[in-house]
Design a protein around this ligand. Structure first.
Ligand SMILES: [Zn+2]
Length: 315
């Protein structure tokens, strides 16, 4: 059993975040770089972030117990191959094998939201529990742990809730359907709607504007909070999630949004004894905005099977 540190790299559309965890789970290094697009760009960024982390902690590469990478797109966690990661400009990339050859260490790769679910369980110190991480960012997706194991489904499809239609005859989604959850609460779609309002609204001040009584802000806040409340219902009713951790750019860019999501769930429960019996608002959890949930989850992916000790929960 290796006692060395493990490295986690979360590759996002705009930035790549790396953390180095020691065997007891302390964060030894925390580094971020802008993501360069395309296969070569993604690889060189990941390698640079890995080197930044090792340099910050003065740890030699040969001491690493494992390296894990979280990346958006269709990821084969067994082979480390990434397909159609549109935001990264990747059509097909043997990320695990290439990065492993670069670093001289085994590299495990998983979908970023699935990695983040592990990071969330870690943060809440509920490994082995039933938990769903819901990412409300540019994309909308969820990942569920049942008894601590990631629910994958055929082709790792489980959790693609962003493309569940929730608004009859709603807006056209990038996937071709109408009224998808992602077309309602995906960050890009929200930004486009807010920009059309005169004068334009922005997420950081949306709740404040709604509180001051601006009607367009109230309507948009209700729309977004209602969509996220539906996502919470969806994962609890389909997966039985005891905890629903909300994360992603939309959540962290909008102070007060999660309170509205809980309020929306309370309003729905007031009309349904069934929903009331599920205690949905109490299942909703948010991690501190600075907590690098996806990078820590990636480090856990990297050490999966190494037998190393798990990191400390968030304080
Ligand atoms: Zn869709």
């Amino acid at each position: 059993m290796s006692q060395g540190p493990s490295l986690g790299i979360d590759i996002g559309g705009t930035k790549t975040h790396g953390v180095l965890l020691d065997a007891s789970g302390r964060v030894l290094a925390d580094q971020v770089r802008p993501t360069r697009k395309g296969a070569d760009g993604v690889l060189s960024t990941a390698r640079a972030v890995a080197d930044d982390c090792l340099r910050e902690a003065a740890v030699d590469r040969s001491r690493l117990a494992g390296v894990g990478v979280g990346v958006p797109g269709q990821v084969d966690h067994l082979t480390g191959v990434v397909r159609t990661a549109v935001n990264l400009g990747i059509d097909h990339l043997e990320l695990g094998a290439l990065l492993s050859a670069d670093l001289g260490v085994d590299v495990r790769v998983d979908n970023d939201v699935k990695a983040a679910a592990r990071g969330a369980a870690q943060a809440l110190d509920v490994q082995g529990a039933d938990l769903t991480y819901v990412n409300i960012g540019t994309g909308v997706a969820a990942a569920t742990l049942v008894a601590g194991r990631v629910v994958r489904g055929e082709g790792n499809l489980a959790g693609e809730i962003g493309h569940v239609p929730v608004v009859p005859d709603g807006e056209r989604c990038a996937c071709g359907q109408r009224g998808c959850l992602e077309a309602l609460v995906g960050g890009g779609r929200i930004a486009a709607r807010l920009a059309l309002i005169d004068p334009p609204l922005a997420l950081p001040t949306l709740v404040a504007q709604a509180t001051r009584g601006r009607l367009e802000a109230i309507a948009e806040l209700d729309r977004i909070a209602g969509g996220i409340a539906t996502a919470v219902q969806l994962v609890v009713l389909t997966q039985g999630s005891a905890r629903v951790v909300l994360g992603g750019g939309v959540i962290h860019a909008t102070p007060g949004l999660v309170d509205h999501v809980r309020r929306m769930l309370e309003l729905r429960a007031a009309e349904s004894d069934f929903l009331a019996s599920l205690h949905l608002p109490g299942r909703v959890v948010v991690l501190p905005s600075g907590y690098p949930v996806a990078a820590i989850g990636a480090a856990l992916v990297g050490r999966a099977g190494s037998g190393a000790a798990r990191p400390a929960p968030v304080g």
